[in-house]
Write a protein that binds this ligand. Structure first.
Ligand code: NAD
Length: 351
């Protein structure tokens, strides 16, 4: 066994109904006295409640999906104008992404309070969109210094968004089994992430107001982001990145639809990953286990339901072919990736 593994340094505080006091402790730890809170309009009231005891000098509520550069620029200007010394972001991946965009150019420390299962808080990956093109990169400055997880903040996340977001997290785990930098530590954590999501998400769907399911799902989502940051983007993430960029599809739903197709595509060529995923899903096979979970969750099925045109399948297949990660278990051809996209587009059974 030979591998190199980077562990990213950040503190994780995981405690339900404790976000406000854990935030105070983290800001104190940083020695910060001029905080900028970033939270979307929809999370305005929540953010004022959770961050009420912080030394806030600016509340920033302009957040947009995929972090448009002009939105990032305005947030950076506000951070400079208010001589901010720490950022607190409260929201989903779009909100965390905006805080990362500010940290990228200012080096300001971030404390992240996630309210979806997207997992951006545990990665050093940033993303910015300009002229409908999304650029991503990695930089140590954008990794939040600390994460404050509080599952009670998820209780308002509607079931369909919870399911899509949770399957986005599951996709991080599954793809980490064969992504370019996947190592034994990633595979072990990914298995535990899948197990936690498999337990948590059905509980969330059955009882959205119950804390047990929310906590399991949030714990699984954290693990999923840790392994994604370490292992990098596998075929699944490359497919979703191309589709999201080309057709402006919703992030979590795209992941939720595409996952079973990439799993069915790669699993026969990746027997070790297949066994691990099956075991974590408590099923005889990885594909069978995922199909059962998706049925239980009434998961999103077809890309055409989320805005992808049929005419986009071939151009997308060509674009994906150019970015297939090295070492993907199953060989990718224009023919088979077109077939995969067609099945995902129409919501057919994964092949
Ligand atoms: P999002 O942040 O856009 O949020 C989706 C919707 O959920 C929003 O309308 C928001 O107001 C609402 N919402 C959030 N929390 C809620 C709550 N608790 N209750 C009710 N409503 C709530 O979507 P997302 O899926 O969290 O994030 C997607 C973005 O994150 C994409 O841009 C993606 O590229 C990025 N992302 C980045 C990384 C990374 O490592 N950099 C990882 C994962 C995702």
């Amino acid at each position: 066994m030979r591998f190199d593994h980077d562990t990213l340094a950040q503190r994780v505080r995981f405690a339900s109904a404790s976000a406000a006091q854990n935030l105070v402790a983290e800001i104190k730890e940083l020695g910060a006295g001029r905080v900028m809170v970033i939270a979307g309009e929809a999370e305005r009231e929540l953010s004022h409640r959770v961050a009420a005891q912080l030394p806030v000098v600016h509340w920033h509520h302009e957040v947009a999906m995929h972090v448009p550069v002009e939105v990032a620029e305005r947030a950076r200007e506000q951070a400079a104008a208010h001589r901010v010394d720490a950022l607190v972001c409260i929201g989903g991946g779009s909100t965390t992404g905006l805080a990362k965009a500010v940290a990228l150019t200012t080096g300001l420390p971030i404390v992240a309070v996630p309210t979806t299962y997207a997992g951006s808080e545990a990665t050093n990956v940033w993303g910015l969109t300009e002229h409908a093109r999304k650029t991503t990169g990695t930089d140590p400055r954008v990794l939040p210094r600390a994460i404050v997880y509080d599952a009670t903040l998820m209780l308002t996340l509607p079931v369909d968004l919870s399911v899509a977001s949770g399957l986005n997290a599951l996709a991080h785990c599954v793809d980490s089994m064969w992504a370019p930098r996947a190592d034994p530590i990633d595979r072990a954590l990914a298995g535990e992430g899948i197990r936690a999501l498999r337990i948590g998400l059905p509980l969330v769907a059955a009882e959205p107001g119950g804390l047990d399911g929310r906590e399991h799902a949030l714990y699984g989502a954290y693990l999923s982001a840790v392994v994604f940051a370490s292992a990098g983007s596998g075929l699944h993430h490359k497919v979703c990145h191309v589709l999201g960029g080309m057709f402006d599809l919703p992030h979590a739903q795209t992941h939720a639809v595409v996952l079973p197709h990439v799993l069915a595509f790669n699993a026969p060529a990746a027997p070790d990953a297949e066994r691990r995923i099956a075991a974590a899903l408590d099923a005889d096979s990885a594909t069978g286990g995922l199909a059962r979970l998706r049925t239980e969750l009434d998961a999103p099925r077809a890309l055409r339901d989320h805005g992808m045109p049929e005419s986009g399948i071939v151009p997308a297949a060509e674009a994906i072919l150019a970015v297939v990660p090295p070492g993907n278990p199953a060989p990718v051809t224009l023919d088979n990736i077109t077939g995969l996209l067609h099945a995902a587009w129409e919501g057919a059974e994964p092949r």
